[in-house]
Design a protein around this ligand. Structure first.
Ligand code: AMP
Length: 142
């Protein structure tokens, strides 16, 4: 299974925030949408990614004052991205190697989706189930 199939199933909803928005706004968006990371964009290009872990770090570093600081202070700027054709195994490699749980999907310089570790696990389970089913049919046909 690849990113294209995963996006078809989950939809290409991208929840993003501006680098100038506050950490408090970001926390409210994460909580309201029940998600773990936001794509940070200035409207034209990908500026970074901000996850719940960055907000925890911000609070540990600056205390309550962190809530009024801009997203740009705590986001990760060097974002690892994936493409439409990447397989679940490739996504697992990227997430494990980079120790993060989110991958924006980029095409022609535009973010077209966001894959979370939950999406990858779901896709991998359905792949494994399909493989088991094929194996059962193969054994039964012999
Ligand atoms: P996560 O595990 O996705 O909650 O993120 C853990 C840390 O990795 C946070 O500092 C994120 O900003 C950062 N991060 C998340 N996704 C990516 C990504 N695709 N590329 C680079 N850094 C990321």
């Amino acid at each position: 299974m690849n990113v294209e199939v995963i996006l078809k199933e989950k939809g290409g909803d991208i929840i993003s925030i501006s680098p100038t928005a506050s950490i408090s706004d970001a926390a409210a968006l994460l909580s309201g949408r029940k998600i773990g990371a936001l794509v940070v964009t200035d409207g034209t290009s990908l500026s970074g990614i901000l996850s719940e872990r960055d907000i925890v770090r911000a609070i540990v570093t600056d205390g309550a004052a962190a809530l009024g600081e801009p997203v740009s202070h705590f986001m990760t700027e060097n974002v690892v991205t994936c493409s439409r054709v990447d397989t679940t195994l490739r996504l697992m490699d990227l997430m494990t190697g980079g120790r993060f749980r989110h991958l924006p999907v980029v095409e022609d310089g535009q973010v077209i989706g966001l894959i979370s570790i939950g999406d990858v696990v779901k896709a991998r389970i359905s792949e494994t189930e399909m493989e088991a089913e094929q194996l059962k049919m193969y054994i039964a046909s012999g």
